[in-house]
Design a protein around this ligand. Structure first.
Ligand code: GLN
Length: 482
């Protein structure tokens, strides 16, 4: 097997046996990036040269020293560009590291590059990047999903063994599903957001892209934890998430919300999920259908809250501080106006306008306040469900990866790609997407497993048991089809 096909836990094993060295591993990944980047276009900033230098110096310490990683380009990295895939931040170099980056660095991991995304994480296909369109490694005429499409594609294409992304409404789980990899959005508050460029602060979370569930637990161990610099982060004690990796799901109670299997869900996606649920039944889990009917309001609620928060958060990009400044501006007012007009893309502007509108006096009560009330109802319905079930299973996305250009001119269609994921962010819950099969075109289908707040162990266990039983990675591989 090629070095770049191995998982991180396999790499660790080979480092331990001295079958591989840190330098050899990083060289293999850098060669792979050089080979595949032209097709996949996952990187905004490649750090391969620096990466090789650190690999030569790095000594293995029994843990994760020397393991390569890729980072979504909205997570601040000291001395390295953080662009958010926007013209606005094209030349922005952060003077400090995000807390998650400090954690990665303190392990001695090697950052091989900053990965493409939709501008400011707004989008579901990575087509809204100012720089480039990332391609789906399974079929290069299709999108990798978004907004963390660069992270998902880089892991799927074996250009990095794992990567970090962010998820505000589905931006880790949906691209993981489109690219046939494992994507985890942790509970709101489990991972520090310090140094992550804010989109919608009450929804944003940093999470992981990995090749399998074991690596997911290993990387979660690294990034989770209370941070003094993020007051919304929560202390849940020192947990070892790899302990949750058990094959036995006998008696596990799985809720299946019928609203996620109806209208708007592609037939083959639905069939794939039904087969997966059958498999859980064979493995001894207890399955029950129930109604999560409030979910039909989740998408509208999400887009009101997310845009409101974005309009406020993006106010800091004013053409004065650390951002793009229009050359055509002659007065102070023109600096603001022209810099923002020229620096932001169409989708970002759409959201700022929408968000400003729902927060303006006269509309605040009708839209923003109403959305916050519905948010509480969504939480209540999930709370009730978790009185009965350990985990909830739905499709991750209503479709498999769509064609490049298919939805980029139709915002409503693009927003609908998040229909299965947004309610999880609204309620602050953890959710994981794992591949559960391929459709008739050979494109991966993702299964979403949702847990109660800070019960990552349960979703990891459910995901691990299914993965061990079905072995997706042994059966299917990205084909780089043209
Ligand atoms: N696609 C969703 C949006 O456009 C989710 C984005 C995200 O999770 N960052 O808002």
């Amino acid at each position: 097997m090629e070095i770049t096909e191995l998982t991180v836990h396999e790499l660790k094993e080979k480092l331990k046996n001295k079958e591989l060295t840190i330098e050899k591993i990083n060289k293999a990944y850098i060669d792979r990036i050089n080979e595949k980047e032209e097709d996949v276009q996952a990187f905004i900033t490649k750090l391969t040269e620096q990466g090789l230098e650190s690999a030569k110096k790095q000594e293995w310490n029994g843990e994760l020293a020397g393991i390569p990683i890729g980072i979504k380009d909205n997570i601040c990295t000291n001395g390295i560009k953080t662009t958010c895939a926007s013209k606005m931040l094209e030349n922005f170099v952060s003077p400090y590291d995000a807390t998650v980056i400090e954690k990665i660095n303190s392990q001695g991991m090697i950052n091989l590059g900053k990965l493409n995304m939709d501008e400011f994480a707004m989008g579901g296909s990575t087509e809204y990047s100012y720089f480039k369109k990332t391609k789906n490694p399974w079929d290069l005429s299709r999108v990798p999903g978004g907004s963390s499409g660069g992270s998902a594609a880089a892991v799927a294409a074996n250009m990095v063994p794992w990567a970090l992304g962010t998820d505000t409404g589905g931006s880790i789980r949906q691209p993981a599903s489109f690219c046939g990899v494992v994507g985890l959005k942790p509970t709101y508050g489990l991972v520090s957001r310090f140094g992550v460029v804010a989109f919608a602060s009450s929804l944003d979370q940093v999470g992981t892209f990995t090749k399998d569930v074991e690596d997911c637990a290993i990387l979660l161990n690294v990034i989770a934890g209370k941070d003094e610099k993020d007051t919304t982060s929560v202390d849940v004690g020192n947990k070892d998430y790899t302990k949750a990796l058990q094959k036995d799901v006998k008696g596990l109670k799985i809720g299946v919300p019928k609203e996620f299997y109806g209208e708007g869900i592609n037939l083959e996606v639905k069939e794939s999920l039904e087969k997966a649920i059958e498999k859980y039944k064979e493995m001894g889990a207890e399955i029950e259908e129930f109604s999560l009917d409030i979910a039909k309001y989740a998408l509208a609620t999400y887009y009101i809250i997310a845009c409101a928060e974005a309009s406020s958060n993006l106010g800091r990009f004013d053409g004065i501080r650390y951002t793009y400044r229009s050359k055509n501006a002659k007065t102070l007012k023109e600096i603001y106006k022209k810099s923002r007009s020229e620096g932001f893309g169409a989708e970002v502007k759409r959201r700022i306008i929408l968000g400003t509108y729902v927060l303006s006096s006269g509309y605040y009560d009708a839209y923003y306040k109403k959305a916050q009330q519905v948010r509480t109802l969504v939480m209540n319905q999930f709370n009730k469900a978790f009185e009965k079930y350990d985990v909830i299973i739905t499709p991750t996305s209503p479709t498999v990866a769509f064609k490049i250009g298919e939805k980029s001119n139709n915002p409503m269609e693009m927003y609908l790609a998040d229909i299965c994921t947004v309610s999880v962010n609204i309620a602050g819950l953890p959710g994981i997407s794992i591949p559960c099969g391929v459709d008739s075109q050979g494109l991966p289908v993702g299964m979403q497993i949702i847990g109660n707040r800070f019960e990552e162990e349960k979703i990891l266990k459910a995901a691990y048991a299914y993965e061990q039983e079905t072995k997706f990675r042994e059966k299917y591989k990205p084909q780089f089809r043209e």
